[in-house]
Ligand binder design. Structure first.
Ligand code: BG6
Length: 488
């Protein structure tokens, strides 16, 4: 579909960038903060890339003013960050740690003072360790209660200042990496427990949304989902069906619950057949139905390609692919799993890949936006999108990152086409504002507009250095996106 003219970006479009507490803050045991599951997990040798951990990260906790000043310099309109639950409630549910609340109050005030809209994520994977120990983390219904209490504190303390709130970051990704591939805490390979935990997280999400609407009626809240559209490998109807299955299994399984308040019948039935469906009480059903997000946060990196599943054909290569890719829930060969008979993932011959093997697919971004709009009809907020790459600091302390500019430019033009198609978008947060700690790739894989001078071994001075992409995005923001398609 071709538009001769693209609609301009909406006037109040939130041009933003994002981060997450564990990946930037450091100060892991300061001012009363309790340990999170990531603090514990990263201390076990072999769990993370070159033993990297978030003890110091990029020290945003102590340097937040400098970071916000850079946002102001860039002209950033919105900044998405997450709150570390165990800073607010060190044991996850008991006494409030006032110093922790004060940090986020100061951060929010600083953002507002510099004209940057705060976008607050309530859960970006750093569950308080105490809740893991006491209730088996997200497998215990008590953790959903604790989440509600934690949210209440933040809604009461920051609800008047923060308009945009994100509940869960990429529930699909953290449950599969944590409970299926044993690549994140709690480090399990247990599908039954994964689906059980996933259900409790759905309840926690719903509780938070309901409470928010009661306490912060003027605000907006929604989950952020890691969406990847599924393509059929060919027009063979069997491949088309496989892609439908992949779409249902990877996406609708989560999005239907968020947006329609119920599990999709097709996936639920397949899970029930193999004894993996979660236990859902009538009270749970009522809760899920009641909670209605105001927008849908979408993190987009890439989609996937599906073909008819032929178990004999599954190669060892594919097995590895599915293990390293958090966005594709495709069983490893031989593993007993519900999607074994539904679809197989395939390489897409039309797409190039990043250094880490993630497909680069800007048109897929538009496909994603169109599908989400058609199925769920909610305003969409892009809460993450970006390129992880190896950046080289030159001798004169610059970072030339044309590859990142190209990636972002191409995705933003597709976003503008989606707006022209009729998709309602609130804003776009690139991942990420500064370089930060990649959960499994340390500081080798960088996403930021601002380079942070440290590596896996040494923290050095943690100097902040704007990359070429920083100035490029500054111009995009200044022109409200017009520079994306201008000739010069
Ligand atoms: C998203 C997460 O899944 O992808 C971020 O929300 C993460 O926290 C980002 O950093 C990039 O992932 P990675 O593995 O390339 O660092």
């Amino acid at each position: 579909m071709f538009h001769t003219n693209l609609d301009p970006f909406p006037e109040n479009f939130l041009w933003g960038a994002a981060s997450a507490a564990y990946q930037i803050e450091g100060a892991w045991a300061e001012d009363g903060k309790g340990p999170s599951i990531w603090d514990t997990y990263a201390q076990i040798p072999g769990n993370t890339f070159e033993e990297t951990n978030g003890k110091v990260a990029i020290d945003h906790y102590h340097r937040y003013k400098e970071d916000v000043a850079l946002m102001k310099q860039m002209g950033l309109k919105g900044y998405r960050f997450s709150v570390a639950w165990s800073r607010i409630l060190p044991d996850g549910e008991g006494a409030v740690n006032e110093a922790g609340v004060a940090f986020y109050e100061k951060l929010v005030d600083e953002l507002l003072r510099q004209g940057v809209e705060p976008i607050l994520t309530l859960y970006h994977w750093d569950l308080p360790q105490a809740l893991q120990d006491k209730y088996l983390g997200w497998e215990g219904r008590e953790t959903a209660e604790a989440f509600e209490r934690y949210c209440r504190i933040l809604f009461e303390r920051l609800g008047k200042k923060v308009t945009y709130w994100v509940t869960m970051n990429e529930q699909n990704v953290f449950t599969s990496l944590g409970y299926r591939w044993a690549a994140h805490p709690p480090g399990l390979k247990d599908l039954k427990r994964m689906y059980a935990a996933n259900h409790i997280i759905n309840l926690a999400n719903a509780k938070a949304i309901n409470l928010f609407h009661e306490l912060v009626p003027q605000g907006k809240i929604g989950p952020s989902f890691g969406y990847g559209p599924m393509y059929p490998f060919s027009c063979d109807p069997e491949d088309v069906l496989a892609a439908e299955n992949g779409e249902a299994f990877n996406n609708a399984w989560f999005l239907d619950v968020y947006c329609k308040g119920e599990y999709p019948k097709f996936v639920y039935k397949q899970l029930a057949k193999v004894g993996l469906a979660p236990e859902v009480t009538p009270e749970d059903q009522a809760l899920l139905k009641q909670a209605k997000p105001d927008f849908l946060g979408i993190n987009y990196y890439h989609g996937g390609t599906a073909q008819q599943n032929n178990l004999q054909k599954q190669s060892a290569e594919k097995k590895e692919f599915s293990k390293v890719d958090p966005y594709l829930m495709q069983a490893a060969a031989g593993e007993f799993s519900p999607e074994e008979t539904m679809f197989a993932t395939a390489e897409n011959p039309h797409l190039k890949k990043t250094d880490w093997g993630w497909e680069i697919d800007p048109v897929g971004f538009r496909v994603a936006l169109r599908r989400i709009q058609a199925n769920y009809d909610l305003p969409i907020f892009i809460t993450e999108n970006g390129l992880g790459a190896i950046d080289q600091l030159t001798e004169d302390k610059q970072i030339h990152d044309p590859y990142r500019i190209t990636y972002l430019q191409e995705h933003l033009v597709e976003l503008q086409k989606a707006i022209t198609d009729g998709v309602e978008l609130i804003g776009y947060c690139a991942w990420s504002f500064t370089d930060l700690l990649s959960w499994l790739n340390g500081y080798k894989k960088r996403y930021g507009f601002v380079y942070v001078d440290r590596d896996n071994q040494s923290e050095r001075q943690l100097a902040r250095i704007p990359k070429d992409s920083f100035y490029w995005y500054q111009e995009v923001i200044r022109t409200n996106g017009a520079s994306l398609t201008s000739e010069t």
